[in-house]
Design a protein around this ligand. Sequence first.
Ligand code: BTN
Length: 255
Amino acid sequence: MNQISSIRTFTTIGSTNDYAAEWAAQGAPHLSLVIADEQTAGRGRGDRRWFTPPGAALAFSLILKPHTAQTITRYAGLGALAVCHSLQDLGLPARIKWPNDVLINRRKTCGILAEASWLGDHIQSIILGIGVNVTPQSVPPPDWPGHHEHPFPPTCVQTELGRPLDRHDLLQTILNHLCAWLPRLEHPDFLRAWEENLALRGEWVHIYAGDASPLKAQIINLNPDGSLNVRLPSGRIQRLHDGEIHLRPVDSSTK
Ligand code: BTN
């Protein structure tokens, strides 16, 4: 069971996050949901595009109205954890690649785009956008204009599961997990669950931030604000905040 208050469903839309942001500004209640069968201008992090062909994926945005700005750094983790647990319920070895991807067998299956809107110092809403590749048609083909090389190449739930699956059942499960975790967002259990499901823990990765040369570091754990602790080759611990950060595995021979 979940507590979704209002739902708007579209056959085709530009981006569910854009629509949800407008709806939130017009007064949509907490836990309003925008779902689309197809997105023509789906957005990923940075200025990346997100592929959502008709009838193949889950693309939805949940409008959340937090009472406090203190927990906003946990919302991308909330979406990722809900998807991760839903895939694990199906028996899949899903893990969260910090900050906002869900992987199955080290392949990207889901992306999360959490966007906040502010009025001065006051948080107005969080738009939690979630895209899950469900059928093989939802995996972007190499000739898609938004295609980019990804160190964790895309896959879809059906391919990893080896059988068809009802997208709407998966949506219900994700919403149930989301609504179950939401009241516990500030609780240490949430941080523990997020951390336990992190991909690449203990592994050495290359960290790309903007145009700076990559930093080699080992993934350690999460801080209460959702930032990631990594260990540099010198032994020093560095804290990474969400932003334009990308992690890539380091070839073991170059550690
Ligand atoms: C990423 O991996 O960079 C994040 C992808 C987020 C995609 C979802 S699909 C539903 C919602 N609407 C959008 O335009 N983007 C998010």
